[in-house]
Design a protein around this ligand. Sequence first.
Ligand SMILES: Cc1ncc(COP(=O)(O)O)c(C=O)c1O
Length: 422
Amino acid sequence: MVPAPSSPALTPALLTAIAERFGTPTWVYDLDAMDAAACALEAAFDGAPHLVAYAVKANSAGPLLKRFAARGLGADVVSGVELALALATGISPEKIVFSGVAKTNDEIDRALLAGDRGILALQAESAEELHRIAARATTLGRIARVAIRINPELASIDTHQGIATGHDDAKFGVPVSDLAPAYAALAAPSLAFQGLSVHAGSQLLSTGDYLDAARILLQTAKDCPRRSELRFLDSGGGFGIDYGDQEPVPPARFVAETRALCKEFGFGDLPLHIEPGRVLVAPYGHLLTRVVQRKEVNAGGGKRRWLMIDAGMNDLVRPAMYQARHRVTPVAGVDSLKNCIDFRVVGPICESSDDFGFHRLPEDLPDGALVLLRDGGAYGYPMASRYNGRGFAAEVFVTGGTVGAAKEREPEQAFLDDRLRF
Ligand SMILES: Cc1ncc(COP(=O)(O)O)c(C=O)c1O
């Protein structure tokens, strides 16, 4: 018997019970494993001053944010709503940074009014934004703590182009070759400069591009006309995970090598911030789904075998959006790989891109069988939509080997109400 590979806490019996209670598709998360990943990353700093600012966009579920808050993690937010979520789940404003290229005045105001003196830093992505933040702070009678997100203008970034951010054609950050206007904007009396940040891109499997970006960040810090005011440097997120056939460098090595670089540049004592999202949650969340039926046709000079499941691109859009591959494994396990054949696994959505790719699965996998779409704990539920009138899937957090916090599938009536609300 080849067991269904997944988080050990997510046993076939537990997954079957969850499917019976919550229906399918349902997101199932191993909260303890996410917690352990966060603790391991905290430990990688070895007591040195730092902030692990969890990228809330990766998975913004309340039980997860509460657990991370209790572990002392901070948050990297990209909207006013994410800011509200971080605050509501107990993350101190002193541990919140706010990234994003188009923060609205309302979002800036919310950041400035959080706690006694606003959040730790609004990470500005342009000189124009710094001017706007300064104006909002003056209007509100606040001092805005700001950082500048630089764009390191890397020549290439080894990841999917949709998640590469640190090149000069990207909308993100202030290009390092054009920092003067941003530095000039810092002269506004309502701004308090705190630091510099960078984010090369996401799903980085080796440290090369990350360290290249960090090196540019550190050189920028060294050359910064306000170097003495620096309170932190932020080397961003992007640590990659194994979606099946990859061998990512472990996150602790990203941290160790970045810290070594900081020391080399003379910034060993300055707090180092990182903004991991995916690596803390993706491997520990899976979409539990059922086989609706198979379809076998003779076409294109051969047999085409489709496996239709009840989860679609509205639930997990990464394959359609980034050509991402998520492993598909039967919950009951696989008796023998000998009896497996290639199925093209697809969802119910009326789009050809609702396609999870070819997967080797038991030839006799019956209708109704439970299968996992694996490693969807990041950028799964948060990117979901109601396309084709499908409500948001249920979400279940497993902790201590049993169902902890859980939320039912969005009722059909919620969709009907919304569409008929006019
Ligand atoms: C500024 C910033 N920080 C952090 C992250 C998190 O990246 P990851 O989930 O790959 O760690 C992102 C992702 O796009 C980002 O844009």
